[in-house]
Design a protein. Structure first.
Length: 379
């Protein structure tokens, strides 16, 4: 059993970390303050092959695995969690929805533009009354000849305002509730597909999140992915993979804040000595290092379970729970360790703390992760 990254994985980590520090770091505070999305930097990530890392080359991917993907999301999120979640949604949620349901022709048509072409993908499942209870969706899709007509609205749609494609879950048989849920691919510019309110958020402020509205939106029948009624099954499988992405985002935030705090404690002096010479602070950092290590190991296990075809739902739930809790714990402590400076934007950790909170909420709240984990314990 080897707990070290391979040479190839270590090179990937180094490459993405250098990109994040050289390209993402200089403008990250301004992007947070203005809620502006760096589409040019995102497209550089596409050109580096990051978005398609875990998919086969025939679909525009890089032929890697989910550990490669988790490493890349983690490294981006160490510096910019907003780009980290945009990346994760394109690869895990949009890409996973298509990959887990589409036929070969649909995969090539709808994956390639996102994985290698720079188009943005999005994921439409959550509604005002359907969050943790995904079966509470009320968006409907009525078949009329060679097309479906969608009516309804999704909320909190990451990449929504900028998306070129959105995977939309809608009821084709409303009376069956979750068993009547189906999956459709809607393209930008489709009549009846509009963007509603763009959200003003506490964290991940550069990520673009909005309502997506469907009003008599006509979608060709060939844009149904999978069969009618398969949507809930596809969504749950897709979210399992998405939780690995959010876990990687959380771990990246934790690692980034930890490193800022570590360097600060070595440089800052009080009472005639560096802060790290205070045993309380040194011991606190030791505890946080352990928290980060256990989260990292769980994330890598979940990623490898998925990559190697083993059951991974429970491992993904554990990774999401541990990594996102680590993000919140480490960033909160980092702000405290930096004192007044920790409260100032120039030191980044206050932004990381705000970014960390949402990781405990989206793609399945951490309470839902505990429900999944405990459910498996008592079968």
């Amino acid at each position: 059993m080897n707990f070290e990254l391979s040479e190839k994985e270590a090179l990937l980590q180094k490459k993405v970390r250098e990109f994040a520090e050289e390209k993402l770091l200089p403008g990250v505070i301004e992007r947070d303050e203005t809620s502006s999305y760096p589409i040019d930097l995102y497209r550089e990530m596409v050109d580096m092959g990051l978005i398609g890392l875990p998919y086969e080359k025939e679909y525009g991917g890089q032929g890697g695995n989910y550990l490669d993907y988790a490493i890349a999301v983690k490294e981006i999120s160490r510096v910019d969690a907003s780009l980290g979640i945009s990346f994760s949604v394109c690869t895990s949620l949009y890409g996973g929805s298509v990959y887990n349901s589409a036929n070969e022709e649909q995969k090539k048509k709808f994956l390639k533009p996102v994985l290698e072409g720079g188009a943005l993908g999005s994921f439409g499942l959550t509604e005002p009354n359907a969050g943790s209870d995904a079966g509470g969706c009320v968006t409907v899709a009525e078949k009329k000849g060679d097309h479906y007509v969608l009516n309804g609205a999704k909320c909190f749609t990451t990449n929504g305002p900028l998306c070129d494609y959105i995977a939309v879950y809608a009821l084709t048989q409303p009376e069956l509730k979750s068993k009547g849920l189906s999956l459709f691919l809607v393209e930008k510019g489709t009549p009846g597909f509009t963007i509603g309110k763009v959200e003003n958020k506490m964290g991940i402020r550069a990520a673009q999140v909005s309502e997506t509205i469907f009003t008599d939106c006509v979608v060709p029948a060939e844009n149904l992915l999978g069969k009618e009624g398969d949507g809930f099954k596809i969504a749950m499988k897709t979210l399992d993979g998405g939780r690995i992405g959010v876990a990687a985002q959380g771990l990246g935030i934790a690692e980034g804040a930890f490193e800022i705090a570590r360097k600060y404690l070595m440089k800052r002096e009080q009472f005639g000595k560096p802060l790290y010479k205070n045993q309380y602070l040194a011991f606190k950092m030791a505890e946080l290092e352990c928290v980060i290590d256990q989260a990292r190991l769980m994330l890598y296990k979940a990623a490898m379970d998925k990559s190697e075809g083993r059951p991974y739902s429970i491992a993904a739930a554990k990774a999401k729970l541990l990594c996102t809790n680590a993000a919140m714990q480490v960033t909160t402590e980092a702000v405290q360790m930096l004192g007044g400076n920790g409260f100032m934007k120039d030191y980044h950790v206050e932004r990381m703390m705000r970014d960390a909170k949402i990781t405990q909420i989206y793609e399945g709240t951490n309470e839902i992760q505990k429900l999944i984990i405990s459910g498996a314990l008592f079968k």
